[in-house]
Write a protein that binds this ligand. Sequence first.
Ligand code: GUN
Length: 295
Amino acid sequence: MATLIDGKKIAQEIKEELKEKINSLKQEGKSIPGLVTILVGDSPASQLYVNSKSKSCIEIGMHSKIEKLSSNISDSELLDLIEQYNHDNNYHGILVQLPLPNHINEQKVIESIDFKKDVDGFHPVNVGKLVTGNNSFYPCTPYGIVELLKRYKIPTSGRHVVVVGRSNIVGKPVANILVQKKEGANAIVTVCHSAVKDISQFTKSADILIAAIGKPNFINSGMVKEGVVIIDVGINRIEDTTCSKGYRIVGDVDFASVKDKASFITPVPGGVGLMTIAMLLKNTYQAYLNFQSGN
Ligand code: GUN
C-alpha cells in the first residue's frame, strides 16, 4: 500500500506556522495581513469556497472581507470595486472567485487586479514571472502540490513528471513551476491533454503523475508504473445512493486500483484540495510582507 500524502495535516501545519507569525505582528503592535474575496452571483459551490477561504483567514488571525455581488452586475461596476481595493492598504490580497457569469470578461477582470495583490497568481505579470523563473505568486493549487512534494521529501530533479490536464489554474502552471532550474523542481515535464491519443504511453513512464483533468477515476493501475508518485487534483461528484447526500467525492485517479502500485498517493478528499486554501493564506502573508518592505 502506498504512503498517503496527508494534505490535511500539512495544510494545518502551514496554517499554524502563519498563525504564529501573525501573532508576533500583533504583539509588536503592527498592522496585519488582509484578504478581500469577491463573489459574483450565488453559485453554491463558489459560496462554499469563498466562505471557507474567509473562515481560514480569521482562524489564523488575518482579517478578511467577502464582497458579495449580484450576478447581473456590469463589468464596470466590478472593475470599479477592484480598483477601490487596489488602493486600500488594509487589504494585501484580492481574490475574485471564478468562474464569473458569462457576460463578464474574466480576463479583463483578472488583469484589473494590482498584480502585487494577485494572490491567485492569475495576472499576466505573475504568469510571466512564473514562466521566467522570477519571484511571483504561484497559483494556489500548483503551489500546494510542490509544497506537498517538498514536505514529503519526494525528489523531482531529473525525474519525469507527467501532468494530465492543461488548465490555466493547475496543469499549465504546475508544469511551468516543475521545469524551472530550481530546488524542488528541475524535472522533465510532459503535459498530456485532450488531443493525446494514447495517454497511457506517457503516463506509464511517469515517476510523478499529476492528474488534473476533472474526469472521475480516469487513471487506473494499467496506466502507471510500479512505484509512481500520484498527485490527484480531481474533485468530482459521483452518484452514490449509499451516501446520505446521494453522492460522494472522488478524484481523477481510481484510488483502489492504483494504491498498491504507487509509492505515494494523495487521497481525495484529504489531499491536494485542503492545500489550496493554506497556500492562498501563505500568498496573502507574502503580499503583506512585500507591501511592508515597499516591493
Ligand atoms: N475557482 C476554482 N478555483 C479557483 C481558484 O483557485 N481561485 C479563484 N479565484 N477561483 C477559483
